[in-house]
Design a protein around this ligand. Structure first.
Ligand code: AHR
Length: 340
């Protein structure tokens, strides 16, 4: 009798243990599963590693995939659209569950996204925008509002010049602005510039400003420095304001300005976009004036959206992440809280 009871108890324990194991498995694969219990595989095409911001963006996506239990197939396009198209085709061939990508430029995606749609693989556009003939080729876009970023740059700089009672360095009647633009053809470069110009045109102070020169610095520190050097050679004493489409180019430009014997942040007012730690340090050092945030921490929202899509839930077509504006006078207090 004792033996029978012991046997029954042992079987019961095995059943309970198996049940718990199954539950755990269901929980972990369930957290990273698309509704059928199978672990989600996401193909992700990143554009490269051109800036401090991009590095933070990549880390956010990788970490969020890990946390969500999603298998991430990561591909670095090294700044080439053709590499992104190849990567997307290879994700389709592998039969991943979902594709996400950061489009380096706005156009040229129709064919490959149609291939993904035909293969019934949903696509999420991350960070930058795409221009397509058919918007049903992607399910959702997660990113930042570049037009608003550009508008905020102009509004902030206009207020600052007025409050500081600044005068044009060449004794003229207008502040001369030089612009370091991002990657040619990228939605962020196009729309930041558009936002800046629109805000300027709509402002009562429009006649106070003149865009003296505007050229791409490809979102990199080195190119930002080189282009600023050439701006300084051509227009040295005329430049009042530098607007850089990202912090990295502004950081490169700061070196060029110092090399030219000028004081960045004082002789030339500097404002850029991103909000990376390197720029906060430059502001603490008195070398730059303001950064308009572009939030790279898009990973958690991306993973959450991917799961919803694969679970058949409806998601918003366009979701923007939260962003702030950080002038130099808050830099010291804010730097310890910055996550990137
Ligand atoms: O697409 C976002 C932009 O790309 C960031 O402003 C820049 O730093 C990056 O490389």
């Amino acid at each position: 009798m004792k033996k029978i009871i012991a046997l029954l108890l042992a079987s019961l324990m095995m059943i309970v243990a198996a049940g718990c194991g199954g539950g755990d498995q269901a929980k972990s694969s369930g957290s990273g599963s698309g509704g059928n219990g199978k672990k989600i595989t996401m193909g992700f095409s990143q554009i490269g590693a051109e800036s401090e911001w991009r590095t933070a963006n990549t880390e956010s996506v990788k970490q969020a995939a890990k946390d969500a239990g999603i298998d991430l197939q990561f591909s670095d396009a090294q700044q080439k659209q053709e590499n992104q198209i190849k990567a997307i085709r290879s994700f389709i061939a592998q039969g991943v569950d979902i594709i996400a990508f950061v489009p380096i430029v706005e156009t040229g995606w129709d064919t490959v996204l149609k291939e993904a749609k035909d293969a019934k693989i949903p696509v999420i556009v991350v960070d930058r925008d795409v221009k397509l003939s058919d918007d049903s080729l992607y399910v959702a876009k997660i990113g930042t509002d570049s037009v608003t970023e550009g508008k905020n740059v102009f509004k902030w700089v206009d207020e600052y010049m007025t409050k500081q009672n600044k005068k044009p360095r060449d004794g003229g009647s207008q502040f001369n602005v030089v612009v370091l633009e991002g990657t040619v053809g990228s939605s962020v470069a196009i729309r930041r510039q558009e936002g800046f110009k629109d805000a300027m045109a709509a402002s009562a102070d429009a006649s106070k400003y003149n865009i003296l020169a505007s050229q791409t610095g490809e979102f990199t520190r080195q190119k930002g420095q080189e282009v600023m050097e050439s701006f300084l050679k051509s227009y040295g004493p005329k430049i009042d304001i530098l607007f850089a489409h990202n912090d990295d180019m502004a950081l490169g430009a700061i070196q060029a300005i110092e090399k030219a014997g000028l004081k960045p942040g004082k002789d030339i007012t500097i404002i850029s976009i991103d909000g990376v730690k390197g720029m906060f340090q430059a502001m603490i050092d008195g070398k730059s004036n303001c950064t308009v945030e572009c939030n790279p921490l898009q990973g958690p929202l991306l993973m959450e959206t991917a799961k919803k899509i694969l679970n058949g839930e409806t998601v918003e077509k366009l979701v923007y992440v939260d962003e702030g504006i950080f002038p130099a006078d808050v830099a010291e207090k804010t730097l310890p809280e910055r996550k990137y």
